[in-house]
Write a protein that binds this ligand. Structure first.
Ligand SMILES: [Zn+2]
Length: 119
């Protein structure tokens, strides 16, 4: 059994080519891990021929859409402005709370009047 070491070495060395046989040219690509503030890990792969400077510092998380960074201990902060606003949010931007309450009071008054005349 003097060939044990060479067999073991052959198996380790042939692992990559075995993956290639499965249709995945792993030797041609490498993956980079990006971490988002929600704790997701996004792992896009890049060609080994790519310029290292072309590897972006941030990647959009494929799980939640937040920006993800390459430093797991310091993921990028989620954007502060929430893209989705409710109709009430837009209303509150245009009018103060007092105006809203005034409008609400008018609306209720009108509703009560209509109910009153209907009876
Ligand atoms: Zn995420």
């Amino acid at each position: 059994m003097t060939s044990t070491n060479s067999i073991r070495g052959f198996r380790v060395g042939s692992y990559a080519s075995h993956e290639n046989d499965a249709g995945q040219p792993l030797a041609q690509r490498f993956s980079v891990q990006y971490f988002c503030a929600s704790g997701h890990v996004t792992e896009p792969s890049f060609s080994i021929d790519a310029d290292p400077e072309e590897i972006p510092e941030e990647w959009t998380c494929t799980s939640c859409g937040l920006p993800a960074g390459r430093d797991a201990s310091a993921p990028p902060a989620p954007p502060k402005n929430v893209p989705f606003k409710t109709h009430l949010d837009y209303l509150m931007e245009r009018r103060s709370t007092d105006e809203c309450e005034e409008l609400l009071a008018e609306a209720l008054e009108g509703l009560r009047k209509r109910r009153g005349t209907a009876r």
